[in-house]
Design a protein around this ligand. Structure first.
Ligand code: CU
Length: 138
């Protein structure tokens, strides 16, 4: 029985860590926010290349975009503040503030099929505020 005890302790510790992670430690977890964006991209029509996402003060428009693989997407800063585009989960594109100052635009090519979430690190976080989602389909 002594040998089984450390295993039980590890299981309890893992369960506690998993439990804390799923409730977000008192803050809202990423799950409700993710689900609020994904239905929008599910219903979005496929936009022809080049597609445009405007970064305005302080939101992305279109917030949910669907494009075909190989499409170009141009991010434009239509606002008066600086913005950036930071991938949430290992996305294939990233635009820093120097590339997206007011009046500037930066184009990315999306060659990988998948769903890519991003946010502006100045006016949003991974779970709220200035965020967007791009689904790349075949
Ligand atoms: Cu911003």
């Amino acid at each position: 029985m002594l040998a089984a005890r450390p295993v039980a302790v590890v299981c309890v510790a893992v369960a506690l860590i998993c439990g804390l992670a799923s409730c977000g430690g008192g803050d809202e977890s990423a799950e409700p926010v993710r689900s609020s964006l994904e239905p929008k991209v599910d219903r979005a029509p496929v936009t022809a290349s080049p597609a445009t996402v405007a970064a305005d003060d302080d939101y992305f428009e279109a917030k949910a975009l669907k494009v075909r693989r190989g499409s170009a997407v141009t991010f434009t800063n239509d606002g008066r503040r600086i913005h950036d585009v930071i991938p949430l989960d290992g996305g294939t594109f990233r635009i820093d503030t120097d590339e997206l100052r007011p009046g500037m635009s930066t184009t990315v090519q999306l060659d990988q099929v998948g769903t890519f979430r991003y946010f502006c690190s100045i006016h949003g976080t991974a779970t709220r505020g200035m965020r967007g989602i791009i689904e790349v389909v075949r």
